[in-house]
Ligand binder design. Sequence first.
Ligand SMILES: *Cc1c(COP(=O)(O)O)cnc(C)c1O
Length: 217
Amino acid sequence: MITARVQALLAELPVGVELVAAAKGRTVAEVLSAIQAGVKTIGENYLQETQMHQAAIGRLAAWHFIGSLQRNKVGLAVGLSDMIETVDSLVIAQAIDRHAGRLGKLMPVLIEINSGREPQKAGVMPEKAEELISQISHLTHIRIKGLMTMGPRTGDPEAARPYFTATHRLFEHLGQLGIPNVTMAQLSMGMTNSYQVALEEGANIVRLGNKIFDGGG
Ligand SMILES: *Cc1c(COP(=O)(O)O)cnc(C)c1O
């Protein structure tokens, strides 16, 4: 089942769009099926689960951290991840930089945007993104590759569209600034219920869990 769903998705997604299988709560067997069906990138919310998956699966896929990152866990996240999609503060970026330096690693990251401007939610406010990115751009062991957003939780995919549109606009604007060490190449938006809208609004990474593992959507 996972195999057929992944193959259908890979056929559906436009060329150049990266499918991230969001693996929270999934067994090693489920994650492995997704990889064997052609998924190249696994998205993880929890570091213990990442360790459990990686212990069995190794580096057959790339691993993106997509969860909320606590400062005392940054070292672990840097060691386990090929990209961290959820950077939203200078303090976290500095911790990533320090740990990446120690590991001799250049850590690719996305800046998470709080596109819904929701007070309790993760992500930097859109109007603060430029300042944050220029501060982070001075760090030696971290490289900003683009933006990520969740958008407000809503049942209606169309309701997410304005947040995706605004994040895409911000992505384009930031790219045009030509900040040294910063590339705006990857735009991670869209989950099971909203990925089609996100693709229409310029996403080139979609993060799908339910759609792959449960057949939802
Ligand atoms: C769980 C999760 C997803 C996938 O959500 P689905 O609705 O299962 O597709 C995507 N992004 C993040 C950050 C998640 O935590």
